[in-house]
Design a protein. Sequence first.
Length: 131
Amino acid sequence: MILAAILLLAAPRPAVAEETPEAALRQVQTAIDTNNAALLEKYVDVGRIAQRGVDAFMSDLVARPPKAVSGGGETLPLLAMLSSAVQSGAQSQTAQTVKMLVAEETRKFVVWGVASGNFWFLDARRGNQLS
């Protein structure tokens, strides 16, 4: 799912702008197949995509604050932290800091997932399709 979002929202990098989209997608798949995070980041602006995703998530969080966990009366800790950060406004310093932290951790997770080989489930040769 993360890779699908990356591929759909990816902004082309200047160094590879002359390549065809098909060639770029093959390079992204090669990066995943060979656990080459540097190659992935050459073709996909993971940080920018993570930032856009966090912006959308935080906007949704402001519009629809999390509900308490089934009968426990408590919100999940991460959601509680994010929710409290945006209570003073989505553009507050606290909200901006939390958004940057979550976006960077998301970027690190994607890069780690590729480098470690833990995105193997996206490999069509192993019987899994992205569609």
